[in-house]
Design a binder for this molecule. Structure first.
Ligand code: ZN
Length: 405
């Protein structure tokens, strides 16, 4: 018999019990045993291990060493472990700490950012990350890892940001630079594209569990999307799936920054919408500049002005055409509108849905649902912290503290 097999089985069962508790909430050992197919004695042994690792708590247990009441419930322990999420965007840096019970324990925005120098920006990001780490430590939390949301193409394997046109960054070794500044191993810093992390955040913190397979479309300065299939992100062969913003919807349309013509982003990105609305063509994010261009656009829409309403409606129509192309290929249950599109929903969803339905081939037999994200503009940074939270919930034995002691 292979001597390593029982260790592998136990490791698997630790994740089975902890992720079950995370999904279903407070449960007794007997309920867990029935649900996951282990014996009650097996669950008791796994639960004791998880309690010792401070990943599970037993609120009914009064003092250490005293057995819990018969039938007492177990819960995910939010006081033990946490992940740090970081985000680089065109006009802000963000950091947050999310614990294993998915509560946000710390959130900070640094809006005085000029991202033109990657090195200066990452040094500043490391400073915000240290504040997050100190806040976690002060709350008695063990930090299990750092995730970073970036607005561009990312190679998660090497920790390199390959191309971020809105930042003007190319081939930036984000994970090594950040790990160096934080004095941790680069393997502890995970990168991903902001649209992927916003899509994952819906699964971990939002309504994603109820949507089946979905395409999450985020409108920001650019337009990105994350594809979720069978409860997990589908990245494509190279990790570059979901670039809905660069689907061409008019071969004679305006040239895009990517070199193609008539990309969705040229009609549905924030700059294009602002210009068409006649409000302010200099796009700022609502996080970096809460009183910036999006706030002015929303004020004009709420005042009932016709030109902005028409502009947003036309952007919705164009977005529907582009997203229909993706739906025709992917055949998802739901399309989710996030980022600025959730703020513009009252003016955008109607034209978007009509256009999506008109341009979806199989619409008579499979009507794609349209949902609006209820997560705020911090979806990507929470998704970045969620990388660690999700990893620990599914594989508790992978947890090792970012900082010893
Ligand atoms: Zn393009």
């Amino acid at each position: 018999m292979n001597a390593t097999r029982p260790v592998g089985v136990r490791r698997h069962n630790l994740g089975l019990v902890l992720s079950h508790l995370a999904v279903t909430g407070p449960s007794s050992r007997a309920q867990i045993a029935a649900a996951v197919g282990l014996t009650k004695a097996g669950v008791s042994s796994i639960a004791a291990d998880l309690i010792a690792r401070r990943l599970v708590a037993e609120p009914g247990r009064r003092t250490a060493g005293e057995a819990g009441r018969p039938g007492s419930v177990l819960v995910v322990d939010g006081a033990g472990c946490a992940g740090i999420g970081l985000e680089v965007n065109v006009d802000y840096l963000a950091a947050c700490v999310v614990d294993l019970a998915r509560r946000t324990r710390f959130h900070r925005i640094d809006a005085a950012v000029d991202p033109r120098s990657p090195k200066r920006t990452l040094t500043r990001l490391a400073h915000v990350a240290r504040q997050a780490r100190d806040a976690a430590t002060a709350q008695g939390l063990t930090v299990g890892g750092v995730g970073v949301a970036l607005p561009g193409l990312v190679d998660p394997g090497t920790g390199v940001l390959l191309h971020a046109p809105n930042l003007g960054w190319h081939d930036v070794h984000v994970a090594p630079l950040l790990a160096d500044a934080l004095d941790v191993d680069a393997a502890r810093v995970e990168l991903d594209n902001e649209a992927n992390l916003a899509a994952s955040a819906e699964l971990w913190f939002g309504d994603g569990g109820a949507w089946g397979d979905y395409l999450h479309v985020s409108g920001e300065i650019g337009v990105g999307a994350g594809i979720v299939r069978d409860g997990a992100l589908a990245r494509g062969s190279h990790g570059f799936a979901g670039e809905v913003g660069h689907l061409s919807i008019d071969p004679r349309g305006p040239v895009c920054g990517c070199g193609a013509r008539g990309c969705v982003e040229r009609y549905c990105g924030q700059e294009a919408i602002l210009r068409a609305a006649g409000v302010d063509a200099r796009p700022t994010t609502s996080t970096g500049r809460p009183d910036g261009s999006l706030a002015r656009l929303l004020a004009a829409l709420e005042a009932g002005r016709v030109r902005p309403a028409r502009a947003v409606g036309r952007a919705g129509e164009a977005l529907g055409r582009g997203v229909a192309g993706a739906v025709n290929v992917l055949d998802v249950d739901t399309v989710v509108l996030g980022g600025i599109y959730s703020r513009l929903a009252p003016w955008l969803v109607g034209p978007f849905t009509d256009s999506l339905r008109r341009n979806t081939f199989a619409v008579r037999w499979a009507r794609t649902r349209v949902e609006v994200s209820r997560l705020g503009p911090d979806a990507a940074v929470r998704g970045a912290a969620g990388l660690t939270v999700h990893r620990v919930l599914t594989d508790p034995a992978s947890l090792s503290p970012l900082v010893a002691g």
